[in-house]
Design a protein around this ligand. Structure first.
Ligand code: SAM
Length: 297
């Protein structure tokens, strides 16, 4: 395999990427050409916020081709376009042979939630001390247990399951891989609704639940109906603010609400958004992220 590296400005990124795909590139990816340099710029967005810019000030667009001849021909064609004045070729390089499966797997080790509760990829043995194990492989949907927001929710579930034996219904709002719903099920919860706006998350949650031999319903958000003794949502601060009335309406009397995806500096805005219904408190923090929880009176 050969990789063609093109450098272009923000305005050309989409056109160059589309042109590469049209010219039979096997894969195209875009990176910040100024990454790890003093000119590096953050580029991010959040649902409900203005859309982020289309690309970095300078991007490196990488495209895979089966041969040098095809990569060279593609570069020549792109550079001859009247819009391509600001595009230039940085390199054409052979891609080193690697065991890609092994490389990917090596990035995912078992994750400790509590000394007894672990998330373990299917190609690993569970650690000897693990009494409760969730088998989970990385896939299309968010939630492998490696992100602090997911870990904090799971730790809360593991620590509170013994104290709250009555999770007769659970709502996991924004379920991703289904990891929180499955975590609740492994800790005795029943009648679990795992909902997400992303159809890939619904497919992943069903498959992961089956792999762990637990029962749950995974569906679009409309499937959330009625009141639940446990409502969980690990999304991001802006959607969580907008979802406050809806999530609180699903809380049964005495229900617990657990929210994640919130940065430390966003605690007060979340407290304010939920104040008409519940008193949110910060109950855990990891790597700049916080877990906020509340109990309905
Ligand atoms: C950060 S992931 C969390 C996944 C998993 N629950 C976890 O804790 O690792 C957030 C998920 O929320 C979903 N999501 C985002 N906005 C949503 C909304 N308004 N309603 C339902 N799901 C939403 C996303 O599709 C994504 O799968």
């Amino acid at each position: 395999m050969q990789e063609l590296f093109l450098i272009c400005g923000e305005d050309d990124v989409e056109t160059v990427s589309d042109a590469l795909m049209e010219l039979d590139a096997l894969a195209v990816s875009v990176e910040d050409a100024d990454a790890d340099s003093p000119s590096e710029q953050a580029l991010f967005g959040e649902p409900g916020m203005p859309a982020p810019r289309g690309g970095w000030q300078r991007s490196v667009v990488r495209a895979l081709f089966p041969s040098v001849a095809e990569a060279t021909e593609c570069a020549t064609l792109i550079l001859s376009q009247d819009w391509a004045g600001g595009v230039h070729v940085q390199a054409i390089q052979a891609v080193a042979e690697q065991d890609w499966v092994r490389l990917t797997q090596s990035q995912f080790a078992p994750v400790e939630i509590t000394p007894e509760f672990w998330i373990v990829p299917s190609w690993h043995q569970a650690p000897a001390q693990a009494k409760q194990v969730m088998s989970l492989d990385p896939g299309l949907a968010f939630g492998t247990g490696t992100h602090p927001t997911t870990r904090m929710c799971l730790r809360w579930i593991a620590q509170h399951a013994a104290l709250s034996p009555s999770w007769t219904r659970v709502l996991d709002y924004g379920c991703g891989s289904g990891i929180l719903a499955i975590g609740a099920a492994l800790h005795g919860a029943r009648n679990i609704d795992a909902v997400d706006i992303d159809p890939a998350a619904i497919i992943a949650s069903k498959a992961n639940a089956e792999a762990n031999k637990v029962a749950l319903t995974a569906a679009l958000p409309d499937a959330a109906q009625g009141e639940y003794p446990l409502v969980m949502a690990n999304i991001l601060a802006t959607p969580l603010r907008l979802l406050a009335p809806l999530l609180c309406a699903h809380m049964a009397p005495d229900a617990h609400l657990i929210l994640a995806g919130i940065l430390e500096r966003q605690a007060d805005e979340l407290k304010e958004a939920y104040a008409p219904w519940v008193k949110l408190e910060v109950s855990d923090s990891q790597e700049g992220w916080i877990l906020m929880t509340a109990k309905r009176a």
